[in-house]
Design a protein around this ligand. Sequence first.
Ligand SMILES: [Zn+2]
Length: 454
Amino acid sequence: MRLGRSDARRTVAQYRKMGAAERTVLREKRLNELVMYAKANSPYFAKLYSGINIDESFSIKDLPKLPPTNKAGLMSDFEGWVTDRRVRIAEIEKLVEDPANIGKPYLGEYLVLTTSGTTGKPGIVIYSESAMNVLSAVHRAFTFIRGHDYVKWMIRGGTTATIVAADAFNGTNVMSHILAEEDPKLIYKSHFINLFDPIPSVVESLNKLKPAMMFAYPTLMKILTEEKRAGRLKVSPVLITSGGEHLNMQDRKEIEAVFRCPVQSAYGCTEGGPIAHDCRHQRLHLHDGWIIMEPVNKNNEPVPCGTLADKWFMTALASHAQPIIRYEVSDRVILHDEGCPCGDPSPWVEVEGRIEETFTCPGVDRDVSILPSVLYETMTAVEGMREYQVILRKDRDLELRIVADDRALAFERASKALQRILDVMGATSKILLSEDRPQLEPKSGKLRKFKIEK
Ligand SMILES: [Zn+2]
């Protein structure tokens, strides 16, 4: 299955017109192709599935027979995981050292993305051109789910501001580069603002650009909403897109009221691309033509629709270069199969809020806000930590809890990286190493990596 750009867009458009039965047939076919391909071409999956009968009759109901996978296991044998024997992890690690390579293909055909993680080293994801065409077609189709948003955006000149970690190989960044390059007219209208810039500087950049459309993570969007309310931010986009973190209904309403434009939110991850997008009833419909979601409990047992799951297994049907099959995603979700008034027969999903809060640190002359996404990007780039937690203490110093083979070295690296961010933002909090281990939340059992001491 190789899909060019226009084929991919057509396939995505056709799927949206299909009824539930027709969609299932296509999904079954795609799953069968992926699983057979993975067993035949990935040494990792060949070994994992040895002894499991996989043939043309393999279907979605057989998925639970396959052992689940996770990032740590797959990344430990990256070259065995991928299905192209030419791929070398050392070459990719070198490529991602230079931000100038964002969006440039490896071996002339694979786009490279990195994921943040807790294992110390970032995960690496490669997409074939065909898969990237599919993901960008999905992303594009659902960003403009209301056709008139597209028209208004064009009338207003098509300027877009994307606020992300500008030098990172994350999904938003790479996808935005690709979308801009797909349409040469838009390249010079698509602008990136660095998430790591201090807020006044982000506001200044936006005021200069006057974007017709802008993307920011929800936590940053909330801060920008305050800037707009205070009159410092003077932009009037026709559409705001958001993702990466959970956007709750109240925040969405507030952003929409202050900016007087709709907010389109999405749920996605680097390994699977766009997983779900809002419909006009603000329900995140699963892109089930390309993603199979199996909600499960802590013991990997299936959880029925309508019930909160501890995590879920993702099967990404376009992931032939690096198969993602029953891949563990730690978000707590509720999958809904009851209909939606919008008429889309695909199930929709509620994602439990990623519960990180914005840190407010003391500054030289005023308090400064540091976003969880900034802290997250900073900490995941630190090598040698198995787990960590950053606490904003009551005295507003930062306490680091680290699990690592060499804690002193890990602290040295982490505190240096954090100090750089504090300096850029003008925050004066001190960074301290704690003797404690990271502590799980008593109720949910989840680890809050960035916690405010109450
Ligand atoms: Zn809907």
